[in-house]
Design a protein around this ligand. Structure first.
Ligand SMILES: CC(=O)Oc1ccc(/C=C/C(=O)NCCc2ccccc2)cc1OC(C)=O
Ligand SMILES: [Co+2]
Length: 175
């Protein structure tokens, strides 16, 4: 079932997520609800904290060449750890918790990630391109870090100005 997405500036997004020890039905239900929520909101990545669960779980579903998102390319990562990084890349990121705002963020180009799947099995993945960027973006959420926290001072000021304007517009449209 679709969960509510926690949005900036909600303080819960700054919490550090806790490791997952039990790979039980509860976890599977959360992962399934995260998938419905992410796809229902046109997202390609989502961390559990974004739906109010400060647990080290994230999901990714990167669209393929013809921009199709299919469940068989869904990746579920529990307790992920980046073990190797190389190169640098920049990409204009967005986040379901920071609607309508997009900014360039610098990330590692290639990463190797150790993680567990929904049954607790250990997996290793080497990622580059959009998958690498998405994994790093979602793993930041597990540390309570949003992509807007990584912006330069001037870019952050630009975001805060735009955010205030959008909030004013929302209030006007409601009145
Ligand atoms: C209006 C609005 O908020 O638009 C959106 C913004 C972000 C998103 C989704 C962002 C998302 O999935 N980010 C995952 C992390 C990530 C960031 C950059 C590259 C890879 C992975 C979806 C939006 O909704 C629509 C309809 O496009
Ligand atoms: Co995000």
């Amino acid at each position: 079932m679709k969960l509510t997405i926690v949005e900036y500036p909600d303080k819960r997004l700054k919490e550090k997520s806790k490791s997952i020890e039990k790979f039980d039905k509860e976890l599977h239900k959360l992962l399934d609800a995260m998938y419905e929520t992410m796809v229902g909101s046109n997202g390609i990545g989502l961390a559990a904290i974004q739906v109010g669960h400060a647990k080290r779980a994230l999901i990714l579903n990167i669209p393929d060449e013809d921009d199709e998102q299919s469940i068989d390319t869904l990746i579920e990562m529990i307790n992920p750890i980046i073990t190797q990084t190389s190169g640098v890349t920049t990409y204009q990121e967005g986040c379901l918790s920071v609607p309508s705002f997009y900014e360039d963020v610098e990330r590692h180009e290639n990463i190797t990630v150790n993680y567990q799947d929904r049954d607790g099995n250990t997996k290793i993945i080497e990622a580059d391109g959009l998958l690498s960027i998405a994994i790093q973006h979602e793993m930041d959420h597990l540390e309570g870090i949003l992509f807007i926290d990584k912006l330069s001072y001037s870019r952050r000021k630009k975001f805060e100005k735009e955010y205030k304007r959008m909030q004013k517009e929302k209030k006007l449209s409601k009145s």
